[in-house]
Ligand binder design. Structure first.
Ligand SMILES: C[S@@+](CC[C@H](N)C(=O)[O-])C[C@H]1O[C@@H](n2cnc3c(N)ncnc32)[C@H](O)[C@@H]1O
Length: 218
């Protein structure tokens, strides 16, 4: 059985974790993408939402601020980022459940969530773990529930192709750059998988995806 400790931290090395929030704020307009992701997820009143690989909780807290009536849970295997997420949420008065766990073995019953959101996490997973994680996301979503994802995507411009070539050996993002993510999500049993947005950033090309767990059993 794999340990919860088997994961790639937010900035790859644990000692860099304190720099994660400032780096993201400076390097990319993270608020813009995350806001777009929350808007896309259309969180209704009382919706149960899981932020998979929540890190320092920026997306989870933003979702809570934009939809205070929805129930939010953030999960991440790294205790160091969860401490930061908790502190940020407490400072902002946001009531959020923070759990420790890995995407490949989610500690929730079948159909527990209306939405699963995730940003910049799937390139931390190996291909087999990513496939297992997508199956877990499907399992914990209720029939008709939706998965909203933001991560690296195919480069469409010369600067983005150059950045992707630099990042390819450094990150587990080859499948992202090669446009394989939608197929991997479909293979996990999702329907209506679609790319809904693209952003060229200083960290590389990002893509936003949406997928639906079929409403009928199966
Ligand atoms: C780049 S950070 C993104 C954090 C946050 N979602 C955000 O957008 O700021 C990647 C996160 O994925 C988490 N992670 C790594 N492996 C994971 C796994 N197997 N299951 C769930 N999360 C994982 C890391 O601990 C880290 O917090």
């Amino acid at each position: 059985m794999r340990r919860t400790a088997d994961f790639l931290p937010a900035l790859r090395f644990r000692w860099l974790t304190p720099l994660y929030d400032p780096v993201l704020r400076m390097a990319i307009q993270e608020g813009t993408f995350k806001r777009r992701l929350v808007e896309q997820a259309k969180l209704g009143a009382g919706a149960c939402v899981l932020d998979l690989g929540c890190g320092t909780g920026t997306l989870t807290i933003l979702a809570k601020q934009m939809h205070p009536e929805a129930e939010k849970t953030g999960i991440d295997p790294d205790p160091a980022v969860l401490v930061r997420a908790r502190e940020k949420a407490e400072r902002g008065g946001a009531q959020i459940t923070w759990d420790r766990g890995v995407a490949t073995r989610l500690p929730y019953p079948d159909g527990a969530f209306d939405r699963v959101v995730s940003s910049l996490v799937t390139h931390h997973l190996t291909r087999p773990d990513r496939r297992a994680a997508f199956r877990e996301v499907r399992r914990v979503l209720r029939p008709g529930g939706e998965f909203h994802l933001l991560d690296f995507g195919p480069p469409r411009t010369v600067p983005m192709r150059i950045l992707a070539a630099v990042l390819r050996p450094l990150e587990r993002a080859a499948d992202h750059f090669d446009g394989l993510l939608p197929g991997q999500i479909e293979a996990a049993g999702f329907i209506s998988v679609a790319e809904t947005g693209r952003f060229d950033t200083a960290l590389g090309p990002l893509a936003m995806l949406r997928a639906v767990r079929p409403a009928s059993a199966g």
